[in-house]
Design a protein around this ligand. Structure first.
Ligand code: SAM
Length: 176
């Protein structure tokens, strides 16, 4: 089961929007049980994933303080993970540190409406936004489909916060 709205097609769409091709080095921050790590490896990419849950395809660790070298990945990907850490700004700072100059952050997650806070957070650490999409309707549909299949949505990792929240995609580039 995908733990992010849009599923594998959304992941591939983000790669297309940033024109990321093999053999890029990709880090999945908040990789869960590694579903996206496996998808990207099957596509031929070199991929590392980091998460607080243990899985065979993912390295255990806190994405706020990774042990990866600075500027060691062409792409950082994160789907539905930074928001629940409660420390979005620090997560963006770490993403910025590990991505190479001219590399990309492919990001989709919950954010407060309006999305200006989220945009300010990525720009403040130094990323340049090249694409933005409001995915809130896709996010709602994701939960409807989970309910329709009879899944217990309280067990989903992707949170449903109270209040005025949306779900957003950002494709960002680190300037050289
Ligand atoms: C909704 S799941 C998304 C998993 C995966 N990105 C996906 O789309 O299938 C959120 C994940 O973020 C992870 N996470 C939250 N805070 C983290 C942190 N500080 N360091 C590493 N992983 C974290 C959780 O353990 C969880 O697996």
């Amino acid at each position: 089961m995908n733990r992010h709205p849009g599923g594998d097609e959304h992941t591939k769409e983000m790669l297309r929007l940033a024109s990321v091709t093999v053999p890029a080095r990709i880090l999945d921050m908040g990789a869960g049980d590694g579903q996206t790590v496996r998808l990207l490896r099957d596509l031929g990419f070199y991929v590392q994933g980091i998460d607080l849950i243990t899985s065979t395809d993912v390295t255990w660790g806190d994405f706020l303080h990774t042990s990866y070298d600075a500027e060691s990945f062409d792409v950082v990907l994160s789907q539905c993970s930074f928001f629940i850490s409660g420390r979005i700004q620090e997560a963006f700072t770490e993403a910025y540190r590990v991505v190479k100059p001219h590399g990309f952050l492919l990001y989709s997650d919950v954010g407060i409406r309006n999305s200006q806070n989220l945009i300010d957070s990525v720009v403040n650490v130094g990323f340049h936004i090249i694409c933005f999409q409001d995915m809130t309707e896709i996010w709602r549909q994701y939960y409807v489909e989970c309910l329709w299949r009879g899944e217990d949505i309280s067990k989903l990792y992707c949170p449903i916060p109270k209040g005025k929240y949306g779900y957003y995609m950002l494709i960002c580039r680190k300037e050289g």
